[in-house]
Ligand binder design. Structure first.
Ligand SMILES: C[S@@+](CC[C@H](N)C(=O)[O-])C[C@H]1O[C@@H](n2cnc3c(N)ncnc32)[C@H](O)[C@@H]1O
Length: 497
């Protein structure tokens, strides 16, 4: 049973344990985020920081997900991009602006998770014409922009439909452009490149990647031309034609079964694809309402902020999370981390959140996520986002007992809540890893002089460092901790007792 009170557990009140507190070397510097995928349309909320005044100057700098900074670094090119550029003429409309980062074709640094099944059979056996609810990009194109645009081009002519790599319905995009909206042409190019790189073998991809006549090259060229004059009817039609060509070409590997076969031979989802799908969901659901996450009551514990996808991915890697395991996020906000676990790892994911606005957005994200994964033909792990106080919620306590990895983003939790939290972890299973951003007790010195029966002593803790731009509320790097439940300690106490 969970022990919610402050009463010590007599079983662990015998000797001062030797706490294994390790400092892990900083993680390898990640690759730069692709500026296009880190879209300007994503607005992430920020929590107040605990940084010193000197630091707080730059703490107000917006992270990459909020507003991409200019990057001077030499960009690595994807295989598709390299093939396209190798034949580049001097015309800058050929610059493949959508390809900022290499897409790894069927390769991963992680050991393969052979239990992971990526293909959604439902999405691949869909009847033509089945319509299911989802938020089309066209649904969130601003009406004011549309009305301005229709003075130049008829409204029905700005709409284009994009095929995804499954038998599911197509997505509607309106080719209207503005600072706060999804850039429809850019997103279409991003989707097309990810599909070509991931769902097709090199040979099958050739019609798309051929440097002279490749479909992707034509699509990007048409997009670049359109970006020069988005009201030009001819350029608009040029881009729509390029999308139609892409749609038709994708029907071939869909109908001959290659897409399904290739997915079946894969056991992980490349991170670029994970990020693109999560971004699509977030842009359609959270970004338009991100202001509702502001904490009006100023209750510190409910201050909102997010771990960004690269950080979340690193946590999955370091905790060796697998598709047959269980992940729990305590204080899950809009559900971003749980959705990433279900998509990137394919595991069962649970979240618990108490702030009503965040819960509403989490529900909406969960629905959109399911629809979007259906479009992409991807099977995910089960997602369970519950409302309530994680200190009291029985469903989440039961999930915690089965959990292999638990996240608690306790950056701004007060010391009382942090102290109470540790009691929640008494019943987690041996080897369960708890990832947290603040120690549950102040410092190592304090920990050693604490009462001997402190439940914190049942965990081995490793301190790690996350990189700049990995959290939504500040630019700077910071510390986080992985505490692993170690039942051997409990047995030693029992023995000595
Ligand atoms: C900083 S956000 C983290 C969101 C997400 N887990 C992430 O890391 O990206 C912390 C969330 O914990 C929630 N929270 C704080 N105390 C809670 C409690 N007792 N029960 C449920 N949620 C709680 C807050 O409302 C807030 O949305």
């Amino acid at each position: 049973m969970f022990n919610f009170g402050a009463k010590p557990n007599p079983k662990i009140a015998v000797v001062p344990p030797k706490i294994r507190v390790e400092k892990a070397p900083p993680a390898k510097k990640p690759q730069p985020l692709p500026s296009k995928i880190a879209s300007k349309t994503v607005q992430r909320p920020q929590v107040p920081t605990r940084t010193s005044p000197a630091k707080s100057r730059s703490a107000t700098a917006t992270p990459d997900r909020l507003e991409p900074r200019k990057r001077k670094a030499v960009r690595q090119k994807s295989p598709v991009q390299q093939r396209i550029e190798s034949d580049s003429d001097d015309d800058d409309v050929d610059s493949p602006a959508s390809f900022d980062e290499p897409i790894k074709r069927h390769k991963s640094d992680r050991p393969p998770d052979l239990n992971r099944k990526l293909r959604s059979e439902k999405a691949f056996s869909e009847e033509d014409g089945v319509v299911f609810p989802m938020i089309h990009a066209a649904d969130i194109a601003s009406t004011s922009r549309k009305s301005k645009l229709v003075t130049a081009v008829e409204e029905k002519n700005v709409t284009v439909e994009l095929r995804y790599p499954s038998a599911s319905q197509r997505e509607r995009y309106d080719l209207v452009f503005g600072k706060e909206q999804i850039d429809p042409a850019q997103e279409i190019c991003d989707v097309a490149e990810i599909v070509t790189s991931i769902y097709l073998t090199e040979e099958e991809a050739l019609p798309f990647t051929d440097p002279n006549s490749g479909i992707i090259r034509k699509l990007v060229r048409a997009k670049n031309l359109l970006s020069r004059d988005s009201r030009n009817k001819e350029l608009l039609n040029g881009f729509k034609d390029a999308v139609d060509v892409y749609n038709k070409a994708l029907e071939v590997p869909l109908k001959n079964g290659s897409l399904a076969k290739n997915l079946d031979s894969m056991h992980y989802l490349p991170y670029d694809m994970v990020r693109l799908i999560l971004r699509q969901v977030y842009d359609r659901v959270v970004s338009p309402q991100v202001d509702t996450l502001k904490n009006k009551k100023e209750n510190k514990e409910n201050t909102y902020g997010e771990l960004l996808p690269p950080f979340v991915s690193k946590i999955f890697e370091e905790t060796h999370l697998k598709s047959d395991q269980v992940f729990v996020d305590l204080g899950s906000g809009v559900g971003n981390v749980v959705l990433q676990a279900a998509l990137e790892i394919g595991c069962e994911g649970w979240g618990c959140e108490m702030m009503p606005n965040a819960c509403d957005l989490a529900d909406a994200q969960e629905k959109e996520f399911a629809a979007r994964c259906r479009l992409w033909g991807i099977r995910t792990g089960d997602v369970r986002l519950v409302r309530g106080d994680f200190m009291q919620n029985t469903a989440i306590h039961e999930a915690m007992r089965r959990a292999d990895v638990i996240l608690v983003n306790n950056e701004v939790f007060g010391s009382m809540l942090n102290r109470d939290l540790i009691h929640l972890f008494l019943d987690v299973k041996d080897g369960c890893k708890v990832v947290h951003l603040q120690p549950f007790v102040g410092s190592d010195d304090k920990m050693k002089s604490r009462t001997l029966n402190d439940p914190v002593n049942l965990f081995d803790r490793i301190e790690k460092q996350y990189f700049e731009n990995w959290v939504s509320w500040k630019f700077e790097s910071g510390n986080y901790y992985i505490s692993t439940k170690n039942d051997r300690r409990l047995k030693e106490f029992e023995h000595l007792g």
